[in-house]
Design a protein around this ligand. Structure first.
Ligand code: CA
Length: 476
């Protein structure tokens, strides 16, 4: 095994250290000199605080949260904190992710389609080559403190964890979703996965509270350095079992054991987001923080008490993930598997309202790197694009192909403008579905036979996108 073995750091770092001298753009030097002549000293110090130079970034990702699981899309569980972020911030009404977990996380960390790394399933094997220019590494290189609290799922061995891919501080599950109280992943090699900085640990508490509390503590411990906080919650992934405190608050109209636990889980998640926002406010960092809330894939309706997990006394019954009015659910390339509730909150910067330009999880790396002033000295082959002007001015993005791959490569999709092609690989035959999302967003009418030219155009683009798959597969 050969790898670069980046230095592993423990505990909080550079909390109180001054920003590096080169952290301010050169342009500011002239500005500061000019301002010196005109401004009293105390005002100058405030104007020159490093947090005005680069935005802090807080990226919150729910797990398996469906389109209509949130109240601002008509969901039956109250989500006042998310509703407020949506109302006062910017909603990305067509934000796409992969249909399952590890692929979406790969896209976020790299700006590339997950299939480039041959990551199409949830996986415990290391997802990324050791020297990958990940989002936290890029941000760290331009002066950011970096933290992950929550679920990693890009390599479940401690030595493949977040600290080895650019995070100063990490906490939560190295593997996938965990049981809420015993914090165990599925039976087997990776069942014990709860950790802090890649050291396994046992502690009491509900998983949503633990992840949020670590985020709050990390925010409270910041100095003046810009920061990137990534909070991939395990809610509302199975198995779920909520505290009585949250079950009691579920509206009476929601009946049944698992439906009530599911609603409580959504409400608990919403409250945890509220705690993070409140910590930013208390720290005086809310205004210069770009906060994103999204989900890693669509909602699920499978059995809650998955027997692959060690028993955590969770209720039996089917989850009530709600992706209406979209077709399909978690695991599928239909809208219900890939189009998820997404909010951007960046006071005074992101223009409030709602935008409908289609965007994808892979767009965040180019966007956040640009906003942070990061430039790579090598070609990173990003598939995503910088969407900053969509956030700040609602500038519509040019039409571009948006490519996605389902688990095991069993189907692929390509969206171009309002059209979406899904190709299902069925033994030697390819089954084609073509949808006109402008008129049929719930994908009920396959238009492949009616629009052969459009089918051919999208198929050519899809095959071109697929030709670059597996060019960056992790090897030992
Ligand atoms: Ca997921």
């Amino acid at each position: 095994m050969h790898h670069t073995n980046p230095t592993r750091k423990r505990g909080h770092t550079s909390n109180d250290s001054p920003p590096p001298p080169n952290s301010l753009p050169r342009l500011r030097v002239g500005l500061v000199l000019a301002t010196l002549l005109l401004t009293p000293l105390n005002a100058l110090v405030a104007a020159d605080a490093p947090q005005t130079a680069k935005p802090n970034i807080v990226f919150i990702m729910a797990d398996d949260l469906g389109w209509t699981d949130v109240a601002f899309h008509g969901g039956n569980a109250p989500t006042p904190h998310l509703d407020r972020l949506a109302r006062e911030g910017l909603e990305l009404a067509q934000h796409y992710v992969a249909p399952v977990c590890s692929p979406t996380r790969t896209g976020l960390m790299t700006g590339r389609c997950w299939s480039r790394f041959n990551v199409t399933n949830p996986q415990n094997e290391r997802a990324l080559p050791w020297d990958t220019a990940t989002l936290p590494r890029a941000l760290k290189s331009v002066g950011y403190d970096t933290c992950l609290t929550g679920k990693w799922h890009l390599g479940s061995l401690p030595e493949q964890g977040p600290n080895h891919f650019g995070f100063d501080h990490s906490y939560g599950s190295l593997a996938g979703g965990v049981s809420p109280w015993n914090h165990r992943y599925k039976e087997g090699r990776f069942t014990q996965t709860w950790h802090r900085n890649e050291t396994l640990l046992e502690e009491p508490g509900h998983v949503t509270d633990l992840i949020a509390a670590e985020a709050v503590r990390w925010i409270e411990s910041r100095g003046n350095t810009p920061f990137f906080l990534y909070v991939p919650f395990t809610a509302v992934h199975l198995p779920i079992k909520e505290p009585d405190e949250w079950l009691r608050r579920v509206p009476d109209s929601i009946q049944g054991d698992v439906p009530r636990h599911y609603a409580a889980c959504v409400m608990h998640l919403d409250d945890a987001v509220g705690r993070i926002v409140s910590a930013l406010e208390k720290k005086g960092r809310r205004d210069n923080t770009l906060l994103v809330f999204t989900s890693d894939n669509g909602g699920s309706t499978v059995e809650n008490n998955d027997l692959k997990y060690p028993d955590d006394n969770c209720p039996n019954g089917k989850l009530t993930g709600n992706n209406k009015p979209w077709r399909g659910e978690k695991g599928s390339l239909y809208e219900g598997g890939t189009r998820v509730p997404t909010i951007v909150s960046w006071p005074g910067k992101a223009k409030p309202g709602k935008v409908s330009s289609p965007v994808q999880i892979i767009d965040w790396m180019p966007t956040l790197c640009t906003l942070a002033g990061y430039r790579s000295d090598r070609e990173l082959n990003w598939d995503g694009t910088n969407i900053a002007s969509l956030l700040t001015n609602h500038t519509e993005l040019p039409i571009r192909p948006l490519y996605a791959v389902a688990p095991g490569g069993r189907s692929r999709s390509l969206r171009f403008g309002d059209w979406k092609l899904i190709v299902h690989e069925d033994k030697n035959a390819r089954k084609m579905e073509l949808f006109d999302l402008a008129h049929d967003p719930s994908e009920s009418q396959n238009q492949a036979d009616q629009h052969p030219d459009k089918l051919k155009q999208l198929l050519t683009k899809l095959d071109k996108a697929a030709a670059r798959d597996r060019d960056a597969v992790a090897k030992d």
